[in-house]
Design a protein around this ligand. Structure first.
Ligand code: ADP
Ligand code: MG
Length: 251
């Protein structure tokens, strides 16, 4: 179901009959989605519904079994060479930071700039990225010397250091306590303010409601609703979304 007019829509993502299985297990049964959003699209829905699988496909980390995807009118080509080039243009942040434990914050930011983007003289750029998230003073610390919130800020700095066209985030606050969650959500809200195109999976409903332009509700391997965040939270249409919101907003 598609509702709402996306008047400001610099980003457009469409999926048509996307299917992904792991062996006999169907992770995405049939995802059809047409999302236009100014800056932020939030994927929400029950655990196991297929949010991460959909995000990984949109980020070019996995290929679907079948179906079509296009981003800003450009079709994705599910061939390794194309996906490799595509991945260079996007940034990705996961729940568990994925920082290399033996490298400092600065070295973690520098590594993809050197190895993926082939930018040799990138110290300034890496420090500026850390500084943007108030991590420049911790540049020489290893992940074990940083708090969870600080680690996630380094991971965000790393993902943004090369100016990606889109930033993908899969539950970026799921491993954090409430105070650090607030700290990282504030950083993400700031990205929206900076007009960074952002696609995120989140269980933070208040945040999605306040910050996302559009929401896609993913359940049982399908997108059951996709519309502007205000309409979704005030007037969900699909029985699945109504049940989900009732359940999580009960306590
Ligand atoms: P969500 O992020 O909404 O919790 P996922 O996309 O992680 O959902 O998972 C959708 C379904 O696919 C789940 O049943 C999950 O167990 C399964 N799944 C996801 N990734 C894999 C994998 N690599 N191998 C096997 N099953 C997987
Ligand atoms: Mg997930």
């Amino acid at each position: 179901m598609i509702r709402g007019l996306f008047i400001l829509s610099p980003m457009q993502i469409s999926c048509h009959s996307v299917r992904k299985t792991y062996g006999t297990h169907v992770a995405l049964a049939d995802v059809t989605l047409d999302a236009g959003f100014a800056h932020t699209l939030a994927l929400i829905g029950p655990s196991g519904g297929g949010k991460s699988t959909l995000l990984r496909i949109l980020a070019g980390l996995e290929m679907p079994d079948s179906g079509k995807v296009s981003i800003d009118g450009r079709p994705m080509v599910f061939e390794e060479a194309w996906m490799h080039k595509y991945r260079v243009k996007v940034g990705i942040v996961f729940q568990g930071y994925n920082l290399f434990p033996h490298l400092t914050a600065l070295q973690n930011v520098l590594l993809p700039l050197h190895q993926v983007h082939k930018l040799t003289d990138s110290n300034q750029r890496a420090i500026a990225a850390l500084d943007r998230f108030r991590m420049a003073d911790h540049a020489n610390k290893k992940p074990s010397e940083l708090s969870g919130g600080q680690r996630q800020r380094v991971a965000i700095a790393r993902a943004l250091a090369a100016d990606p066209e889109v930033l993908f985030m899969d539950e970026p606050t799921a491993a954090l306590d409430p105070e650090m969650t607030a700290e990282v959500l504030e950083v993400i809200a700031g990205l929206r303010g900076a007009k960074q195109p952002l696609l995120l999976v989140t269980h933070e409903m208040g945040f999605a409601r306040e910050t996302a332009d559009a929401v896609a509700f993913v359940s049982d391997g399908r997108v059951l609703e996709c519309c502007d965040a205000g309409s979704f939270f005030s007037d969900p249409q699909s029985p699945g979304a109504i049940r989900f919101l009732e359940r999580i907003l009960k306590y």
